[in-house]
Design a binder for this molecule. Structure first.
Ligand code: DGI
Ligand code: FE
Ligand code: FE
Length: 189
């Protein structure tokens, strides 16, 4: 499937607003690749697909995760996390994506995880700070993103975790581990 057909097929699975977000993430990810390096085509592919399952019915997401069978524990956590895992499944099954780095960038784009790859970092951060995002600290995180990928992600994880605490929500362990891991690495740097 060529790029145009892929984009049309993904777009058909979401609202225009959600697709507009995806286009924003594409542009921010491209900027981050220019600044920090990485493969622009790999990043673009992961970004186009990152929210493909976002607006699937919850039961369809759960089925995809059960069928993949590898990350079943996510089903015991917030449903907001499921679309990332279901998205990786859709990328492989529906779009024939085999690049494990692209699949992981989709799978961990919401939670993050310790030891994120460069591609995972680009996708995670671009998703958070694309031009359409407006939450209190987004401009600070955009500024940090011009200095350091890791510092910006750390600030983003802090904001996300605080947001979840304010809402009285559970926090997915991988998100906490991602933060701990980045703090350690920053201390070593
Ligand atoms: O899909 P998007 O809206 O573009 O963004 P996303 O994939 O980062 O999803 C963000 C949502 O996930 C947001 O409402 C917070 C929610 N969420 C729930 N539990 C967790 C979580 N996000 C993280 N990082 N960690 C959690 O434990
Ligand atoms: Fe998402
Ligand atoms: Fe997104």
């Amino acid at each position: 499937m060529d790029r145009k057909a892929l984009m049309e097929s993904v777009q058909a699975q979401m609202s225009s607003r959600r697709w507009y977000h995806t286009e924003g993430v594409m542009s921010t990810a491209a900027d981050l690749v220019k600044r920090y390096g990485g493969d622009p085509e790999q990043a673009e592919l992961a970004v186009i697909l990152h929210d493909v399952a976002k607006q699937w019915p919850v039961e369809k997401m759960a089925e995809a995760i059960r069928e993949e069978g590898e990350y079943l524990e996510v089903l015991d956590h917030d449903k907001e996390l499921w679309h990332a895992y279901a998205g990786a499944y859709a990328a492989r099954r529906d779009y024939g994506i085999t690049d494990p780095q692209v699949l992981d960038a989709i799978r961990f784009h919401t939670s993050g995880r310790p030891g994120m790859s460069h591609l995972e970092k680009i996708v995670w951060l671009a998703d958070l700070i694309e031009p359409g995002r407006s939450f209190p600290l987004v401009s600070d995180i955009r500024e940090l993103a011009e200095q350091s990928l890791e510092k910006a992600i750390l600030a983003g994880l802090d904001t996300t975790i605080l947001f979840l605490i304010e809402k009285g929500k559970r926090i997915y362990p991988l998100t906490l581990l991602a933060r701990n891991n980045l703090i350690l690495k920053e201390a070593e740097a």
